[in-house]
Design a protein around this ligand. Structure first.
Ligand code: COA
Length: 112
């Protein structure tokens, strides 16, 4: 939500890890295009990461090859590239795009 207007301009979703790691949660994010490049998603993700230890031992994230904007944001926030994989969503296309998969361990608040 944009504080100045109260409008919902994007979302962050916390879901099951696509690789099946029990203690990980996948974090996905999307923002309306007119609000890109103002640092808004970086700010929102930092907040989610600060509270992440309440729900998981690590966040994972994935994006299609060539999504350099997402790649930059994830690396800036400390996510480590793990591997490239083909992710087929239930009911998705037969030959899915290759995705890059990242992990960010979440610190216990005691360590902060
Ligand atoms: C990925 C996505 C959410 C990025 O959102 P965003 O708010 O534009 O990202 P940010 O603004 O936080 O960061 C992008 C750039 O903004 C710039 N930026 C950061 N803070 C800024 C500020 N205060 N003022 C101006 N620009 C700023 C930075 O230069 C940054 O680029 P850099 O990392 O090369 O330096 C958006 O492009 C999107 O919705 N994409 C489609 C969905 C998607 O691909 N999701 C990811 C897969 S789950």
């Amino acid at each position: 939500m944009l504080k100045s207007t109260g409008h919902i301009i994007g979302s962050i979703g916390i879901n099951r890890d696509v690789e099946g790691n029990e203690n990980y949660r996948n974090i996905g994010f999307v923002l309306r295009k007119q609000y890109w490049n103002q640092g808004l998603m970086t700010e929102a993700l930092r907040e989610a990461i600060n509270h992440g230890h309440e729900v998981a031992s690590a966040f994972s994230a994935a994006h299609e090859i060539g999504n350099t904007k997402s790649e930059r944001i994830l690396k800036k926030l400390g996510f480590q590239y793990v591997k490239t994989f083909k992710y087929k969503m239930p009911g998705g296309e037969e030959d899915p795009e290759e995705n890059l998969y990242y992990v960010l361990p979440l610190r216990d608040p005691v360590d902060k």
